[in-house]
Design a binder for this molecule. Sequence first.
Ligand code: NAD
Length: 482
Amino acid sequence: MSQANLLNGLYIDGQWRAGSELLPVINPSTEEPLALVAGGDRHSVEQAVTAAQAGLAHWAAASGAERGAVLRRIAAGVAEHRERLMHLQSSNNGKPQFEAAIDVDDVIATFEYYAGLAEGLDAAQDRDVPLPSDDFSARVRREPCGVVGLIVPWNFPMVTTAWKLAPALAAGCSVVLKPSEVTPLPELELAAIIAQSGLPKGVFNLVCGTGLAVGAPLAADPRVAKISFTGSNAVGVQVMQRAAETVKGVSLELGGKSSLLVLADADLELAVELACGGGFFNAGQMCSATSRVLVADELADEFLLRLKARAEAIRVADPFDPDVEMGALVNQAQYQRVLGHIERGLSVGAKLVCGGGRPADRERGFFVRPTLFTEVPLDSALWREEIFGPVLCVRSFASEAEAIALANDSEFGLVASVVSADLDNAERVANALQAGLVWINAPQVIFPQTAWGGYKQSSIGRELGPWGLQAFQEIKHVVRAR
Ligand code: NAD
């Protein structure tokens, strides 16, 4: 490893610093090292929270217009460095360049959207509250909730961060961000852009590091008012437990086991395309993966034939290959986890239709072929647990009621998709699904204006839209005798 690949993993109080914990970062498509990041520990977290506390007063007092201007500069900085950020997304995460472009554009759109909401804050501040008494008057204020800790995973680097960071800054909070130790490179680049945005020092701080060295002390620090976490349920529970000790607010975005419902009148080509998008985009490493595909009995045979043909034709390749359709899984651990799920599925009698292992033409890299199963037992891990890889379970249903019951029979409730030519029908089915976001005849398009989050064990709270901003605000009423 050359000196050039040794990166400072701390940005605290407006200064780049090296931490003492060296984090190896690899390219999952080649298994080659990309960089060593000098990340932090609990002392770095203490310093970052101290800096964030110092930065808070000034930023909380800034007008919405001032905050909006900074957010617009961050969006412009991301747009200016779009190619470089796309490169880092692909080389560090393994996702194809066309997916990396969607990610970077999402980051730009999110910062611009929250710039607009920040700019609207001034006019909405101190609104009169009608009271049933002439003896009193009241006004309502929305104020930043304080220093916030943002902890994010590796599957959509920068995007998950933007969904938290943009509203937190718009609200007037100061921030300590902990990226995933697996994919810190896009966030380090984003931090460099933020450092040039005119944001006062101490308002944004970044501490790279492992969950135990950095995430856990951040969740426990009594000076942190709120933790916004995206990741696995197991860690989400730990974060919530730590946060409970000092009664911190938590927003959690956790796992999913979502369904795509192909109703009897669906366009089969569209259904196949949406099933592939919902299962194989980001190599299936999506909390929103529609990994259960439920198809009406009368379409099931033809649908499965077409889906198999399409899945087998997907070009699994290096993310910079111009014809790539699906990239690598993020690392060895994730690769083993997904293969383990496939093996366990086979051991309980699920029928493998295609895929099931690495592509024959790829010698290195954590690649897994698009994989389809049928006859998956309803009590198996394959059916019930989040796999976070390119693995779909296909099952037929006899009635819409059965399809809805199958989709809702999960401890999760993040998203769902419905494919149907009858829009009234599709809307009715959408209303019956326990999910925070339902797409009808549409790919998994996400707008900053629509909320992100789900039912049951998928989430606590919502990101994006005005709900994402409110998650970082306190409400204060001032009541006065006339
Ligand atoms: P993870 O839970 O292992 O890690 C997430 C983050 O938490 C990382 O930054 C990690 O370092 C940190 N962390 C680990 N242990 C910690 C601890 N004890 N205290 C505090 N922080 C700790 O998740 P992952 O493997 O990085 O990501 C995959 C998971 O994320 C999947 O389960 C997926 O469903 C979920 N996810 C959910 C959404 C959503 O919006 N609902 C989006 C993306 C990913």
